[in-house]
Design a protein around this ligand. Sequence first.
Ligand code: KG4
Ligand code: ZN
Length: 337
Amino acid sequence: MIVLGLESSCDDTAAGIVEDGRERASIVSSQDQVHAPFGGVVPELAARNHIRHVVPVVQRALEQAGLALDDLDGVAATQGPGLVGCLLVGLSAAKAIARARGIPFVGVNHIEGHLLSIELDEPLARPFLGLVVSGGHTALYWAREDGSYALLGKTRDDAAGEAFDKAAKLLGLGYPGGREIERLSREGDPQRFRFARPRVRGAALDMSFSGLKTALRLTLEREPDAMPADVAASFQNAIVTTLVEVTRQALVATGARCVVVTGGVAANGPLREAMARMASEEGADLRVPALKRCTDNGSMIAYAGWRRLARGEADPLSLNARAELALGPRVEPEAIA
Ligand code: KG4
Ligand code: ZN
């Protein structure tokens, strides 16, 4: 079964093709240059650029796979969560292809795409604990045997990637900010400044990152002569420590033996190293997808869509985009263990 997947939930226009669970093509058209002057994604600009890129991206993916539209057995697109104007572009294109070719269409939850992307390279046993940490999302999920999910905890305000991006802007660095902060941090002392690691009272697996950027701004105001590398390294350290400790707590509370860390922020070297140390201390198996699978891509949507289509599921063409789309109900970690 050959499935085309379209991703347009944020600022990347992407198409991937999966055949029986294996990647045949992956094309990502990045809009980093478009949004760089603003230090963050401008939704209306993103939507307009998706319209420009969606057809070429599909054509290039077909070319890379050596296939034609007639070879497709199904088509998937991200339904949500994401920016509605952006989601509509990928969804509409996918529906048009499905309608014109008379093939099934399926909407995919973007978060499920992230969680399963590693399966394009290696099998993943369930149940597992999954941390999705990107520019738009920071949340912990429990992936069950039967393919259903539960939400264990999430950020109450900014996503971790968003915090990196805002901090980079304050430090006068480029966009996207996470990579820039990581680079600058290599020459800095992560212990030079102590940023609080905010946790949410009464919800151990929830996080909060919006206070961190205020703390960063105040530090820069108070100590104008501080080495930017020290500030960046200390800031990065606060985010990494928070993510690692919350994940540790979730591992302990659920008794999970396997943890997947994915999303754009999972590209961060110090985060990967700290997660690996923590997982080995807890006796858990850490799985982090290859860098190109951590960031938004079409293959992860094609893959998650293929799984549903292969089970005989499909969605009507009336399926609508959803800015907020839960992957599963919220549960207490104790209810899992
Ligand atoms: O998954 P992604 O490509 O898009 C979303 O779904 O949001 O993630 C993008 C986010 C940005 O906020 C970016 O700053 C962050 O991932 N990021 C990083 C690194 N590379 C990208 N954060 C920390 N360290 C990195 N090396
Ligand atoms: Zn994403």
